[in-house]
Design a protein around this ligand. Structure first.
Ligand SMILES: [Zn+2]
Length: 78
């Protein structure tokens, strides 16, 4: 496992889910997924959290707390 790649992966997770990566970045992201179980699980967790947030009524969570929650994933050390 390459620690630098994992760090980059964590930084790009949100952009990936928002489809904001360039094709080259997305390719590197997906490549890393296939060779790193830890990041695959991590992406799964982020996806589930994002889905749970989306399922909430829009007024149940302020945009600020939603962002803060997502940031706890983004800032998690690899
Ligand atoms: Zn990784």
């Amino acid at each position: 496992m390459n620690e630098l790649e994992c760090r980059q992966f964590v930084e790009q997770v949100t952009a990936y889910l928002e489809r904001a990566l360039t094709p080259a970045e997305e390719q590197a992201f997906v490549d890393h997924l296939t060779e790193c179980d830890g990041c695959e699980r991590y992406l799964d967790q982020v996806r589930q959290t994002a889905r749970a947030l989306d399922a909430l009524p829009t007024d149940a969570l302020s945009p600020e707390s939603r962002t803060a929650l997502l940031n706890t994933f983004r800032d998690r050390p690899s």
